[in-house]
Design a protein. Structure first.
Length: 416
C-alpha cells in the first residue's frame, strides 16, 4: 500500500467524459489499496475566461476580487470529480483551499503556501477509505480569511505541497505529455523521454521554457524531497498495472539516479532579446545603475556578460531580457542614460538562447568546449555565453535555433 497524490490538469478534466476518465484512473489506484489525494485544475479554458471577465469588468481591479473569481474554476472541477467518484462507488470528498486549510501569504494572484494541515485527510484515509479531491491553485490567507491563488499553473504547486503535507510516497502529475523529454520533440524528432531527472536539472529545464510544470512546484519538491512522476492522462486507465512502473519521468534527488549522463537535456527559448551597452564607465556602481532601474520596472534580466575593460576607463556590458520587455527595457535605459553614462545602446530581438543542462557537468571537464566546436563546424556564431555548475547557455541568432539544438542533441548522445 502506498499514499499517492494524483494531479490532473485542465485538459484532463475538460468535460464530464474526461472527468470520468480521471475517476477511472483514481479507481484503479484505490483498488490497488492505495490512499489517494487528487488535485485538480479548472476545466480547460475556464481560468482564462475568468481572468478575461475580471479585465472586462475593470482593467485595474482589486487582486483580492480577482482571486475570488479565478479560484472558482477549481471549485467546480473538484466537486464534479467527487460526484463522479461517488457514482462509481468510491468514497470521496471535495476540499477547497480554505477548508483544509491551505494557508498562504497575502500576495493575491501569486500567493505562497505557508502551511497545510494534512491530519484530517490522513484520518479519513484510515477511518473511511475516503479519497480527498482537492481544488488546486487556491488557498486562504490566514489573517484575513480571504481566498488566494498561487499564480498561473499553480495547481502543480498545490499538488506538491499536499504531497509534502501528507508524506505521500509519490506525486503523480497526469498531463497531456507522457513525461519530460531531452528536448522539445517537435524540434528534434529523436528527442527521448527521460526515465529520471534530478530536481536541479528539472528546475533549469522548467525555468528555461519546458512548460511541463510550474517552476515553483519543482522548487518545493526539491526542498521537501517529494518525488514527482510526470505521466500521461490519456492512457486507458484500466490498461495500466498499478503495481508496475508506468511510462513517465520521475523527478527525484540526484542520489536516486544511478546511471547519470553528463548532459540530460537541452532547452531553448526564442523569446529573448539582447541589449548591449557600449563604452560604459568602468567604475563601481555602474552595474547597479543599469540593473536597478530594470528591476524597479519588474524586467527580468537573464544572461549578463561584462567585458574586462581594456583601457581601464570604459567597458561593454551585454545582457538578455524577455523579448516582450525589450521596448520597455530600452526606454528605461535610455531614460537613465545620464545617470549610467554610456556611449551607445545596441539591441537585437532575433536571438535565441540554447541551454545545455546536466548535473554530470559538475564532475566532467570540457563539456562546453565540445559544443563550441560543434557549433563552429555548423557556422553558428555565438553572441554570448554564460555558465553555471550544471548548465551553460549560448546566445545565438534565432534562425539557427533548430540547427543548434539538433547538433547539440546528437553531440551529447541524447539521440539514442
Ligand atoms: N487553473 C489554473 C491555471 O490555469 C491553475 C492550473 O491549471 O494549474 O493557471
Ligand atoms: Mg499546468
Amino acid at each position: 500500500m502506498a499514499r499517492l497524490v494524483m494531479k490532473f490538469g485542465g485538459t484532463s478534466v475538460a468535460d464530464i467524459d474526461r472527468i470520468r476518465n480521471v475517476a477511472r484512473h483514481v479507481k484503479r489506484e484505490v483498488a490497488a489499496g492505495h490512499e489517494i489525494a487528487v488535485i485538480v485544475s479548472a476545466m480547460a479554458g475556464t481560468t482564462n475566461a475568468l481572468v478575461d471577465w475580471c479585465r472586462e469588468a475593470a482593467a485595474l481591479h482589486d487582486a483580492r476580487e480577482y482571486d475570488a473569481v479565478v479560484a472558482s474554476g477549481e471549485q467546480v472541477s473538484a466537486g464534479l470529480l467527487a460526484i463522479t467518484l461517488e457514482s462509481m462507488g468510491i468514497n470521496a470528498r471535495s476540499w477547497q483551499g480554505w477548508q483544509l486549510p491551505i494557508r498562504t501569504s497575502d500576495a493575491h494572484g501569486a500567493a505562497r503556501i505557508l502551511e497545510i494541515n494534512g491530519a484530517e485527510l490522513i484520518k479519513r484515509f484510515k477511518e473511511r477509505g475516503e479519497v480527498a479531491v482537492i481544488a488546486g491553485f487556491q488557498g486562504v490567507h490566514a489573517q484575513t480569511s480571504r481566498i488566494t491563488t498561487l499564480g498561473r499553473g499553480g495547481s502543480d504547486t498545490s499538488a506538491v505541497a499536499i504531497a509534502a503535507a501528507i508524506s505521500a510516497d509519490r506525486c503523480d502529475i497526469y498531463t497531456d505529455v507522457d513525461g519530460v523529454y531531452t528536448t522539445d520533440p517537435r524540434v528534434v524528432s529523436k528527442a527521448r523521454r527521460l526515465d529520471k531527472i534530478a530536481y536541479e536539472e528539472m528546475l533549469e529545464l522548467a525555468s528555461l521554457g519546458a512548460k511541463v510544470l510550474q517552476v515553483r512546484s519543482v522548487e518545493l519538491a526539491m526542498v521537501h524531497n517529494v518525488r514527482i512522476f510526470v505521466r500521461s492522462s490519456f492512457d486507458e486507465p484500466e490498461s495500466i498495472d498499478p503495481h508496475a512502473a508506468p511510462p513517465g519521468t520521475l523527478i527525484c534527488g540526484e542520489e536516486e539516479i544511478v546511471e547519470q549522463q553528463v548532459v540530460t537535456g537541452i532547452a531553448f527559448s526564442k523569446d529573448e532579446a539582447q541589449i548591449s551597452i557600449r563604452r560604459v564607465a568602468d567604475k563601481p556602481g555602474v552595474a547597479a545603475a543599469i540593473f536597478g532601474p530594470l528591476a524597479d520596472a519588474s524586467i527580468n534580466v537573464d544572461m549578463i556578460v561584462q567585458n574586462v575593460s581594456a583601457d581601464g576607463a570604459t567597458t561593454d556590458l551585454t545582457f538578455t531580457v524577455p523579448a516582450a520587455d525589450y521596448e520597455r527595457a530600452t526606454s528605461v535605459l535610455t531614460g537613465a542614460k545620464g545617470k549610467i553614462g554610456y556611449q551607445r545602446l545596441d539591441g537585437a530581438t532575433d536571438v535565441a538562447k540554447v541551454s545545455v543542462i546536466g548535473v554530470g557537468m559538475r564532475s566532467h571537464a570540457g563539456v562546453a568546449a565540445r559544443a563550441f566546436k560543434a557549433l563552429a563546424e555548423n557556422q553558428i556564431n555565438i553572441r554570448a555565453i554564460t555558465t553555471s555548475e550544471i548548465k551553460f547557455s549560448l546566445l545565438i541568432d534565432a534562425n539557427y535555433t533548430e540547427l543548434a539544438v539538433r547538433t547539440l542533441h546528437s553531440l551529447y548522445e541524447l539521440d539514442k
